[in-house]
Design a protein around this ligand. Structure first.
Ligand code: ZN
Length: 73
């Protein structure tokens, strides 16, 4: 099952969800912290324009990070 990475625009929380394509299409993800629907999908392999995050290494790789991981906070 593919893992999708999201970031909450309201509180800045990053989280990952394992969703089937059908689930992804039918469900609007919610932030696990503030339950906001104001989240957007992030992509690991796409460079960030402006470079503020490029090359940055945080706690763990988001692609392999389970939603329960706390080191991404
Ligand atoms: Zn949030």
């Amino acid at each position: 099952m593919p893992t999708y990475n999201y970031k909450c625009k309201d509180c800045g929380r990053r989280f990952s969800l394992e969703l089937t394509l059908a689930e992804k299409e039918s469900c609007q993800p919610e932030c696990p912290d503030c339950q906001s629907c104001n989240v957007f999908q992030t992509f690991n392999r796409v460079g960030v324009l402006g470079g503020s995050k490029s090359g940055g290494v945080s706690g763990c790789s988001a692609s392999s990070c389970p939603s329960s991981c706390r080191s991404c906070d």
